[in-house]
Design a protein around this ligand. Structure first.
Ligand SMILES: *Cc1c(COP(=O)(O)O)cnc(C)c1O
Length: 217
């Protein structure tokens, strides 16, 4: 199938109230332009340098989402333009985002990434780490806006495991919203292999790459 066909095939499976983040990492700007011409405006990247280069080369009304692990020292490169950072996994990073946002006279929207997978390698908070942080320190950060949560399920064909992990992110979201952050609204979960299950379990933002753009090397 062509890129355009893949895109519409995926788009048709996603309810209107769910945001599709087209994950364009490793793919050329020309691929992004094809989707841009179909109306897609939200793109996700996982490397700072690639994100900066694509932002410079492509139309300025694209909303760029940072979805990959972010080092504090690189925040300054994306702070002028990034529209949502999905992968906030430490308080130190949050402080740096706040600092760089202030320098740019912006408020940067962020998601807190939670560790929901069994795999050791996935980054993210556990709920117990976050609640003391929210109570004490989040209030001091004036230039960040916590919009919701993000998580990645275990890479497995076992749907029961993935479903349990999505349910755990949904319950983390519910608990944060009820107790600490009444304004949060985004649950970013679901990728090419599991976005339909994620939506069933409450996701309202899916990050889909390979089923739109084709496999990566
Ligand atoms: C690459 C990536 C995706 C998209 O993965 P696909 O399986 O290609 O859809 C989603 N989320 C994150 C954090 C990623 O790094």
């Amino acid at each position: 199938m062509s890129l355009t066909k893949n895109y519409h095939y995926i788009l048709n499976k996603i309810p209107k109230e769910v945001t599709l983040v087209a994950v364009s990492k490793t793919k050329p700007a020309t691929d992004i332009e094809v989707l841009y011409n179909e109306g897609q405006r939200v793109f996700g990247e996982n490397r700072v340098q690639e994100l900066v280069e694509k932002h410079e080369a492509l139309p300025k009304d694209i909303e760029w989402h940072m979805i990959g692990h972010l080092q504090s020292k690189k925040v300054k490169y994306i702070a002028p333009f990034v529209s949502l950072i999905h992968s906030v996994d430490s308080f130190k990073l949050l402080q740096e985002i706040d600092k760089q946002a202030k320098k740019n006279n912006r408020i940067i929207d962020c998601l807190l990434q939670f560790h929901i997978a069994k795999e050791e390698t996935k980054y993210g908070f556990d709920l117990e780490d976050v609640t003391p942080l929210i109570e004490k320190e989040l209030k001091e950060l004036q230039n960040i806006n916590i919009k919701g949560v993000m998580g990645m399920a275990t890479f497995t064909d076992n749907e029961a495991i993935v479903k349990t992990e999505f349910k755990s992110l949904k319950s983390i979201f519910d608990s944060l919203k009820q107790n600490y952050l009444p304004n949060i609204e985004i649950i970013s979960m679901g990728m090419s292999g599991d976005f339909e299950l994620a939506i069933t379990e409450g996701s309202n933002m899916v990050r889909v790459g390979s089923s739109i753009f084709g496999g990566r090397n």
